[in-house]
Design a protein around this ligand. Structure first.
Ligand code: PMM
Length: 273
C-alpha cells in the first residue's frame, strides 16, 4: 500500500466491532451481514476508513481464540474491501492481521504495538500494510493493575518510542507507521487527561497520531452533581476532544459515531483563516 499520506484534515475512523461484548455497541453487528451493512453506513455517514475488530479489548474481558476472531473478521473485511471501503483490522494477532491484509485491509491496528504476538511486526513488514501501534501494557484482564506511572506522559512516550523502534527494525517503513497513546488502556481517568493535555509529546515522536477516546469511561462523569452518562450519550464529550484533535491535525480519530465527529472536524477546518 502507499504511505500514510499526511491528510489535509483529521480523518474519521469508524468503529465496527464484530463482537458480542464491546463496551458500547456489543452484539449489534455480530453477524457478517449486519456488520457489512453497518460498515457501509459508517462510510455513508462520512467515515474515511473503517476499523474492523473481532476481539473486545474492554477492561476485564476474556480473550477469544484465534479461530473465532478469524471467522468474525475476515468475511467482513473481504466484503467491505469489495465495496471499496478502506479498512483497518483491529487485532493483536499476526494470523488475523495476515488474513485481513490478504482479504483487502490496508492497515493493521494493533492495540499492543507488537507486544502481544511476536510474529506481528514481521508479518506486517512482509505483507506491506500500514501499521498503527498503540501504547499497551497488557491484555484486558491485566491492564487495570498496570495503570501505575510516576510520569505518565514521559513513560507512555518512551514505551511508544520502543514500539516504533521495534516496528522500524522489523522493516515496517517509517511512512507507514501511525502511533496512538492508547487512551483508557492501563490508564486511570487522570492519566488519560494528562496525556490529552500533552499530545504534543506524542506528536514529537515524528509519526502521524491516531486518537481513540470515543465513548470511553473517563467521559462518563464530567460534571459534578449530574448522573454519569451511559456510553451512547458520550458523543458530545467525544466531539469536544475530536475538535482538539482536528485543531492539531492529528491523523485520525477512532469513533463509534461518525457524522457528528465528521461535522466537528469540518467546523475546525472552516474556522481556519
Ligand atoms: N480503543 C479500543 C479498541 N481499539 N485501537 C486504537 N488504535 N486506539 C484505541 O484507543 C482503541 C483501539 C477500545 O474501544 P472499543 O471497545 O469501543 O472498540
Amino acid at each position: 500500500m502507499s504511505a500514510v499520506a499526511t491528510p489535509t484534515r483529521t480523518l474519521v475512523m469508524g468503529i465496527l466491532n464484530v463482537t458480542p461484548d464491546s463496551f458500547s455497541d456489543g452484539g449489534r453487528w455480530a453477524t457478517p451481514e449486519a456488520a457489512v451493512a453497518h460498515g457501509l453506513a459508517l462510510v455513508a455517514q462520512g467515515a474515511d476508513l473503517v476499523d474492523v475488530g473481532g476481539e473486545s479489548t474492554r477492561p476485564g474481558s476474556a480473550r477469544v481464540d484465534a479461530g473465532t476472531e478469524l471467522d468474525r473478521v475476515v468475511p467482513v473485511v473481504r466484503a467491505l474491501a469489495g465495496h471499496g471501503v478502506r479498512i483497518s483490522v483491529d487485532t493483536t494477532r499476526a494470523e488475523v492481521a495476515a488474513a485481513s491484509l490478504r482479504a483487502g485491509a490496508l492497515w493493521v491496528n494493533d492495540v499492543s504495538g507488537g507486544l502481544a504476538d511476536p510474529a506481528m511486526l514481521d508479518t506486517v513488514a512482509e505483507l506491506g500494510g500500514g501499521y498503527i501501534a498503540m501504547h499497551w501494557r497488557g491484555h484486558a484482564t491485566e491492564m487495570a493493575d498496570r495503570a501505575v506511572y510516576t510520569d505518565v506522559v514521559a513513560e507512555v512516550v518512551a514505551e511508544l518510542a520502543e514500539r516504533r523502534d521495534a516496528a522500524l527494525a522489523a522493516g515496517i517503513p517509517a511512512d507507514r507507521l501511525v502511533l496512538d497513546p492508547g487512551i483508557g488502556f492501563a490508564k486511570t481517568a487522570e492519566h488519560n487527561w494528562e496525556l490529552l493535555r500533552h499530545l504534543d509529546a506524542v506528536e514529537g515522536l515524528g509519526h502521524p497520531v491516531l486518537l481513540g477516546v470515543s465513548r470511553k469511561r473517563f467521559l462518563a462523569g464530567l460534571v459534578d452533581g449530574l448522573p454519569e452518562t451511559p456510553p451512547a450519550e458520550r458523543d458530545i464529550a467525544t466531539a469536544a476532544l475530536t475538535v482538539l484533535a482536528a485543531q492539531r491535525r492529528l491523523w485520525a480519530v477512532r469513533t463509534h459515531e461518525v457524522r457528528g465527529q465528521r461535522d466537528a472536524i469540518a467546523v475546525v477546518e472552516r474556522m481556519r483563516p
